[in-house]
Design a protein around this ligand. Structure first.
Ligand SMILES: NC(=O)c1ccc[n+]([C@@H]2O[C@H](COP(=O)([O-])OP(=O)(O)OC[C@H]3O[C@@H](n4cnc5c(N)ncnc54)[C@H](O)[C@@H]3O)[C@@H](O)[C@H]2O)c1
Length: 249
């Protein structure tokens, strides 16, 4: 398992859920991983687990919605490891509400973490990658951003925005040897706990997944490995759904 040997990877929102599984999978493939999360304790726990399994990881607390914190985070990782080769923009939150009930705070919070956060991190790592003519950016979108959803217009708009961000950055950075792709995942994480367990939503959501089950985060982490791997060197601007078929059109 050496597909990412000696590569330096940042995974945001890696304190739990999908990000934690991606950080572990990257470390297993030989990458040096920066476990970035708003939640310092969660990030430290994940980094400790990776080191316990023989991997190389550090925890870096950061709110990706705050540009100054992102610059400091990328600066810290660059001085520790010398560069950043891979960025996974995974950090996310949900603030559900129906359209007419949604507050400005709910809208701003979700758009700021997902869309502005992805942009902040992308812009912070891009100059170094352009200089070295190498980079792998993996953004995280959602079925909500591809098909729309009810009760999460903030999240759906931010995730659709990430599709545009991915395609534009892919076109702009291609000539620098940098690929930019996105994954639309589906997995059993704290974020999906309510829709997986609450009797009001459980069956309805499960019916939307042709495979009829939720994946564990470790089952979809290989899709993130693929986009960062040498085998994906000629793949850019693409959206890959690892969602049990939820977004089949
Ligand atoms: N789980 C799914 O089925 C699913 C489906 C579609 C898309 N996604 C997307 O996948 C990504 C990961 O989702 P998850 O299910 O693992 O979520 P999760 O809630 O389990 O984990 C999200 C992590 O992001 C961190 N985070 C939140 N705000 C942050 C910020 N401002 N700065 C840094 N870190 C922050 C949290 O502390 C947490 O550790 C998200 O972008 C989410 O929208 C998940």
């Amino acid at each position: 398992m050496t597909q990412l040997k000696a590569k330096v990877a940042i995974v945001t929102g890696a304190g739990q859920g999908i990000g934690a599984a991606v950080a572990a999978a990257y470390a297993e493939e030989g990458a040096k991983v920066a476990v970035v999360d708003l939640n310092r304790e969660a990030a430290e726990k994940v980094a400790l687990e990776i080191r316990g399994a023989g991997g190389d990881a550090i925890a870096v607390p950061c709110n990706v919605a705050q540009r100054a914190q992102v610059d400091a985070m990328v600066g810290e990782i660059s001085s520790r490891y010398g560069r950043v080769d891979i960025l996974v923009n995974n950090a996310g939150i949900i603030r559900p509400a129906m359209l007419t009930k949604m507050t400005e705070e709910q809208w701003d919070a979700v758009v700021n973490v997902h869309l502005k956060g992805s942009y902040n991190c992308l812009q912070a790592v891009a100059p170094g990658m352009m200089e070295r003519k190498y980079g792998r950016i993996i953004n995280v979108t959602s079925a909500a951003g591809l098909l729309g959803t009810i009760g999460q217009i903030n999240y759906s708009a931010a995730k659709a925005g990430i599709v545009g961000l991915t395609m534009s950055a892919a076109r702009e950075l291609a000539k620098f040897g940098i690929t930019v792709n996105a994954i639309a995942p589906g997995a059993a994480t704290p974020m999906t706990e309510v829709i997986r367990t609450d009797e009001r939503f459980k069956e309805k959501y499960l019916e939307r997944i042709p495979m009829g089950r939720w994946a564990e985060p470790a089952e979809i982490a290989p899709a993130f490995v693929f986009f960062a791997s040498p085998g994906a060197s000629y793949v850019t601007g693409q959206i890959l759904a690892a969602d049990g078929g939820m977004t089949i059109r």
